[in-house]
Design a protein around this ligand. Structure first.
Ligand code: EPU
Length: 433
């Protein structure tokens, strides 16, 4: 594995002026393509995907596939996956420990090979992120679970069995992992209290195009009738646009653009955020696959504050909580933030306070933001993908220069962000540390 590169962004802040202008195209969704890549190793034949973002997490997934004997070719936002050489059952420790999405691979490896060994799946430091739901579900499907100091293992004798699984939390990755595994299990699997994110729908569509029998995705109950094998689709499968990237750019546009159009976006995936921003006074208009902010002359201090309670889809996404907090530092009034999904996702606010924001962190899940405040540029360290982008937004609206270190975290989820934002008029430069 390549070590994470040591690079920083140097940002010249706009000091609250709305100077960005233009169009930006939204890339394919990170959290949709990662489970799709995992699912592609469960099928026979070569799968092709389009609208695949060029981001570090996809590169790490390719490295894991290579360690399993699966060939992935990724160029020009397209990807092919050839699982004909798939023999491995052990996820490489150093990569899997750094990426939570590695956990998706337990489903196809266990279903195809009858065994999987993996370290505790790492990723962003945003909370405990246990795997108990995976253990419960796979045990119900007939797999035995063991663990030692370094690795967890699931092993099954013969095919996994269809099972009735109730998720105690509607976990996105557990829903996706069980959907893949259950597609090849013997009999019917019912996943209750399943996640309803758009990334679940796209996975169901891909698996169905491979011959899986899946019903009810997008609702809290998904039923899967297992089949003996899956066959890759003949046509390339098109990934959906990244709703979190789109929402982040929308927030940046609200604070720093006179006019901004997001292209190649799926507005219905972003309703919680669009409604909140519109209510706050942001002049947003929505097209079929565009979202625009036009003639954004309203001073930021005339935007109204609002409260946020993060929630599973279609509620307010936890992945947009951090950028939204930056928005609320500029809006007038007090906002209460209730982060219900992860217990480490408000820690980034300490750095925003050092930039001049008035934020009180009451406990791991609750904060209040009082605005408007003037932010001043400073040195920041990217803590996770989404807080990293919140820092970019904060740097762009602040007075003076900001340096964001460790931009590997931003590169994990956003393709060439500095090039794309520079085209809108932002001053953001990548430098080696
Ligand atoms: N949880 C358990 N036990 C489990 C699994 C999850 O208690 O076995 C808990 C988690 O600790 C958390 C809650 O369930 O408190 C929900 O977590 P979930 O499993 O839904 O999250 P995830 O699947 O690990 C995905 C996204 C995250 C996004 C969350 C919530 C991917 C690769 N990751 O994570 O995205 O925040 O769903 O929507 O799809 C990001 O992109 O920056 C990111 C962190």
């Amino acid at each position: 594995m390549n070590p994470p590169h040591k690079e920083s962004f140097i940002i010249q802040g706009l000091d609250g002026q709305k100077k960005l202008d233009g169009e930006i195209s939204i890339e394919g969704a990170k959290n949709a393509i990662l489970p799709l890549i995992a699912a592609a190793i469960a099928v026979e034949g070569i799968s092709s995907f389009t609208n695949v973002p060029e981001i570090e997490d996809v590169s790490r997934m390719e490295e894991i596939l290579a360690a399993l004997g699966v060939k992935a070719v990724h160029r020009n936002n397209a990807m092919t996956i050839d699982p004909s050489g798939f023999t491995g059952t052990r996820l490489p420790r150093d990569i899997a420990k750094r990426m939570r999405a590695s956990v998706f691979l337990t489903g196809p490896i266990l279903a195809k090979k009858g065994r999987v060994d993996f370290p505790h799946p790492g990723g962003c430091v945003i909370g405990a992120r246990p795997i108990d739901i995976f253990v419960d579900g796979f045990q119900r499907m007939g797999a035995a679970f063991t663990e030692n100091d370094e690795f967890y293992s699931f092993a099954a004798k013969g095919r996994l069995r269809g099972a009735s699984i109730f998720l105690k939390i509607p976990s996105v990755s557990a829903t996706e992992t069980f959907m893949i595994a259950a597609s090849l299990a013997d009999g019917r699997t019912t996943i209750k209290n399943s996640a309803m994110e758009p990334e679940i729908d796209v996975l169901a569509r891909y698996l169905r195009s491979c011959g899986a029998n899946i019903f009810g995705e997008g609702s809290p109950t998904i039923v899967i009738e297992g089949v003996e094998s899956l066959q890759s689709p003949k046509e390339p499968f098109n990934n959906i646009p990244d709703r979190i990237e789109a929402g982040s750019f929308l927030i940046l546009g609200a604070l720093a653009a006179k006019n901004l159009t997001l292209k190649n976006v799926e507005p219905k995936h972003l309703e919680a955020v669009i409604f909140a921003l519109q209510d706050s006074g942001v002049p947003i208009s929505v097209g079929d696959d565009t979202i625009s902010i036009s003639d954004n002359e309203t001073p930021n201090n005339e935007f109204k504050s609002f409260n946020i309670k993060t929630h599973e889809y279609p509620g307010f996404p936890t992945d947009l909580q951090a950028p939204s907090v930056i928005f609320l530092t500029q809006a007038t009034g007090e906002s209460v933030i209730f982060e219900t999904i992860f217990e480490g996702r408000l820690n980034f606010t300490e750095d925003i306070v050092r930039m001049g924001a008035d934020i009180k962190l009451w406990d791991a899940h609750r904060a209040t933001v009082r605005g408007p405040t003037h932010l001043k540029g400073r040195e920041l360290e990217g803590p996770d993908i989404r807080a990293g982008l919140a820092f970019v937004i904060a740097g762009l609206i602040a007075k003076g220069e900001s340096t964001i270190r460790n931009v590997y975290y931003i590169d994990r989820g956003y393709e060439k962000i500095e090039t794309r934002l520079s085209k809108l008029g932002a001053s953001i430069q990548r430098v080696s540390e």
